[in-house]
Design a binder for this molecule. Structure first.
Ligand code: AMP
Ligand code: GLY
Length: 453
């Protein structure tokens, strides 16, 4: 690797066309210096397009084209949003061509792209927060393991499935027979890329996300966030990429104590250290999905990137210079840095096409009144939409996100809903229950009940 970093002129390339990448672009543009933003995305995200000096519409996994574009535009630093280009070795190729990236190499990204390897790493380095788990290529052997856990399991394809391949007992299937049907399907159809399945003990509690910057040695953690994976209100329906999320001004969550937060941060720190010892130094944002149980936080998954939607809860609060932190990450000096976040609560709700998670209604018009949204104090981040003659159209993925930001959760949710009034469309869907007092109280009661208090 190797540019000598100039302070003043920087050409930054952001890869990816979702709301997470729009939030990353926004953080880049708020950084000090003369920054020129370039972007590569498969769609035509109007928010990213607006912020970029130039962009290329291209598949993010087309490594040779991304590298070619980065060279043409004399890019100093690349930030990769989604996981697929990491798995395709984009960062490795950029580095070979002398271009720095604030994202992990293919080898370091295995922490997300190979769930079996991730679990093996946790075992080898005796990292806290583990769940009983084993991988299988044989349905009968899997059955013995499932019986041993009384069917209280999660079934996971080994590789990437866009957050939609995991099935959990009680939520997505009932009983051992239904479990085995899915185990067989994952193996036979090589869901997630391998004729293999990972079976994990089911963790019971409340989920939270902890994202952090990593320079390969140390981490700088953000506020904790709670995502909502299920499609429908009340946490019903299929898993999605995430329908919305919230975070609190104090950095914790209503059901999460400071010591549990700190335990999760130590886990991420240990994972970064373990990756370094394995010879794959981890540079970039790291994402831990945890279940806080009566026995502390348990690791559900680790991602090699910011979360989507969770990036939208934390990046708008960033007061520290984003590009300054990226540079420190590449220099291995983040332990000298401090991460300053506004002490605000956030509620993020996604607008998705009707049928999302099952069969999305593609090409539907969405009316967005940007000015009125801004006037509420909310932030708007465009996702997988296309813009044509001032009209916004849905694709099969999530369309756009609104983030309400305020001193407390109640106001953040209220502001978010006010902004949502300025978005309309005949075929859109929103989980309005996210961030509401009713749902949050349900989560707190759940933990109180589990803790037997
Ligand atoms: P993942 O794609 O690994 O994030 O899994 C999707 C969702 O399934 C998670 O957000 C959890 O809600 C749930 N899940 C995954 N693994 C487990 C587990 N071992 N125990 C309980 N729930 C899980
Ligand atoms: N919100 C879940 C993820 O980004 O994987």
């Amino acid at each position: 690797m190797g540019k000598v970093w100039g302070v003043i002129n920087l050409n930054i390339l952001v890869v990816g066309g979702g709301a997470r990448e729009h939030a990353i672009c926004d953080a880049v543009c708020r950084s000090k210096g003369d920054i020129k933003l370039y972007s590569i995305m498969h769609n035509l995200n109007p928010g990213i397009k607006h912020l970029s000096k130039d962009f290329l519409q291209e598949k993010e996994t087309n490594v040779s084209q991304v590298v070619k574009y980065a060279k043409e535009k004399e890019i100093d630093l690349v930030i990769v949003g989604p996981e697929a280009p990491l798995e395709a070795g984009l960062v490795n190729e950029l580095n070979k061509n002398g271009i720095d990236a604030y994202s992990p190499t293919k080898e370091a990204a295995r922490i997300e792209t190979d769930k079996e390897w991730m679990r093996g790493l946790l075992k080898r380095y005796k990292i806290h927060g583990q769940l009983k788990c084993e991988s299988f290529t044989d349905v009968q052997k899997a059955k013995r393991f499932i019986d041993g856990l009384n069917g209280e399991i999660a079934i996971k394809p080994i590789g990437l499935t866009g957050g939609k391949g995991v099935k959990v007992a009680g939520d997505h299937f009932h009983g051992v027979d239904e479990a085995l049907t899915y185990v067989k399907e994952v193996i036979d159809e090589k869901i997630g890329g391998k004729a293999k399945v990972l079976i994990e003990e089911k963790a019971v509690g409340e989920e939270f996300t902890l994202q952090a910057f990593s320079d390969g040695y140390s981490i700088l953690p953000f506020h904790a966030v709670q995502d909502h994976k299920r499609l429908l209100p009340g946490d019903e329906g299929p898993n999605t990429g995430g329908m919305g999320s919230y975070s609190c001004a104090d950095g914790l969550l209503p059901f999460l104590s400071k010591s549990e937060y700190e335990e999760a941060a130590v886990i991420l720190q240990k994972i970064v250290e373990a990756l370094n010892k394995e010879g794959c130094k981890y540079i970039g944002p790291i994402y831990g999905q945890f279940m806080v149980t009566t026995d502390g936080p348990k690791i559900i998954e680790i991602n090699a990137r910011f979360g989507d939607p969770e990036a939208m809860n934390v990046l708008p609060l960033l007061e520290t210079d984003f590009i300054g932190i990226c540079k420190a990450m590449l220099d291995g000096s983040i332990s000298n840095e401090k991460i300053r976040l506004k002490k605000k609560s956030t509620v993020c709700k996604y607008i998705v096409p009707e049928g999302y998670g099952v069969k999305s209604m593609v090409g539907e018009k969405v009316l967005v009144d940007e000015k009125s949204i801004e006037d509420t104090g909310s932030r708007l981040f465009y996702a997988s939409v296309n813009k044509d003659n001032d009209n916004i159209y849905t694709t099969s993925s999530r369309s756009l996100a609104i983030v309400g930001i305020a001193d407390n959760l109640y106001d953040a949710e209220k502001i978010c809903e006010e902004a949502l009034n300025h978005i309309s469309g005949e075929h859109i869907f929103i989980r309005h229950d996210i961030g509401t007092a009713e749902l949050i109280e349900k989560r707190m009661e759940h933990m109180i009940k589990l803790r037997g208090m």
